[in-house]
Design a protein around this ligand. Structure first.
Ligand code: 13P
Ligand code: SF4
Length: 369
């Protein structure tokens, strides 16, 4: 199955049945107990999209950039229990030292966007781009990509990027080369390039299935080549939702993630990474009204934490990110109890050959952030 490609590389171990029947209060007690026992030997970062039942145990919360930064800084934890998705755990493994082991409590916690660019497709597409543009193009990849894609980008002199530093990274890229290839999220690439003043006519899309460019003007004039990938969660917001919200309440503020489509971002009032969304709500005046276009766990958490503000989802029928939600209390406890027994389950490791060039791309980003 395409969306679970990474499971071929990492052996999947499944949750024993008894964890499914365990009482929640017992799980909470055991997780705290094991965390305390391990102390600083164990570190548990959590992405903002994780469920509250998991986030209550997180030692640090963050957006993708912050999670990469804290992984690179932490030198003391022997075990990093990564509460997030597969590409984030891979990134943590590459940024931490060899003695540190990264564990993803449920190996099925992938990312459908990351799966939309595989390395063979990328190599084939790159060949066409070299024939079309010569040595004038630099690849950039959103961190929501496999380690193999990051390695490809690193080998070709490019950088990774996250939603909170995409502007800086794209500006840096244009100082290196005349044009960029942006993998794998066309929306983040298009929204950011447009904000930097690049007109839509100078952006083309590379379709990896059809192996062809989609563009309105002559391809030679394209400055930005967008990989045809997207986030299945953020594509569920549309302009009609925003129009309906504004019709009902003209005072409502629309705040969305830049993984949303160009039309949605243009129709919104503000857009930015998950940290930007959190900071904006935190600093908003009491009584203000907000519709947020991002993953539901985060929207619900903000609505609960800031009850002095009115907070709803841009899409009233929104679902959470299914893969982020794979990490739950049961999987967390299971991986911790295994550690207590001296066994590491669901370890994420990236081989040396991939890590070396991928780290070049990651370190370029960290230096520019
Ligand atoms: P950020 O936390 O960097 O905004 O990323 C959002 C996301 O989709 C992670 O999968
Ligand atoms: Fe991937 Fe989208 Fe889920 Fe983030 S929200 S992990 S980009 S599918």
């Amino acid at each position: 199955m395409e969306t679970l490609d990474f499971l071929k590389q990492d052996e999947q171990v499944t949750l024993p049945e008894r964890y499914r029947e365990m009482e929640e209060s017992l799980m909470v007690e055991r997780i705290w107990e094991i965390k305390e026992k391990f102390g600083n030997r164990l570190f548990m970062p959590g992405h903002h999209y994780q469920k509250d039942e998991v986030m209550q145990f997180a030692d640090a919360r963050g957006d993708s950039l912050k999670l990469a930064q804290i992984s690179a800084q932490n030198k003391e934890a022997e075990y990093i229990i990564f509460c997030g998705v597969h590409f984030m755990a891979e990134t943590a493994d590459m940024l931490t030292d060899d003695h540190q082991k990264v564990i993803l409590p449920d190996m099925r916690a992938g990312c459908s966007m990351a799966d939309m660019a595989d390395i063979d497709q990328t190599e084939r597409g790159w060949k066409v781009m070299q024939e079309t543009f010569g040595d004038t193009i630099l690849p950039l990849t959103y961190v929501n990509s496999t380690a193999a894609i990051k390695a490809f980008v690193g080998r070709h002199g490019g950088s990774t990027t996250t939603s909170s530093n995409a502007k800086n990274i794209i500006q840096w890229a244009f100082k290196q080369k005349e044009r960029i290839l942006f993998l794998p999220d066309q929306h983040l690439g298009r929204n950011t390039a447009y904000d930097l003043g690049i007109p839509l006519e100078q952006m083309a899309v590379w379709d990896p299935q059809e192996e062809e460019f989609e563009c309105e003007g002559p391809i030679e004039e394209a400055q930005v080549i967008l990989w045809k990938g997207h986030c299945s969660v953020h594509e569920k917001f549309n302009v009609k939702h925003i129009e309906n919200l504004r019709k009902k309440d003209p005072d409502i503020n629309i705040l969305v993630h830049p993984e949303c489509t160009f039309d949605v971002v243009q129709a919104s009032d503000y857009n930015g990474s998950t940290s930007f969304i959190i900071n904006t709500i935190e600093n908003a005046p009491a009584g203000s009204k907000w519709a947020i276009g991002t993953e539901m766990n985060l929207v619900n958490r903000l609505a609960n934490e800031y009850q002095d503000k009115e907070i709803v989802s841009v899409n009233p029928f929104m679902c959470p990110c299914l893969t982020m939600n794979r990490i739950d209390m049961a999987h967390l406890l299971w991986s911790l109890e295994k550690l207590e027994e001296g066994e590491v389950v669901n370890q994420i490791t990236v081989d040396e050959e991939t890590t070396k060039p991928a780290l070049q791309a990651l370190n370029r980003m960290l230096e520019l952030s």
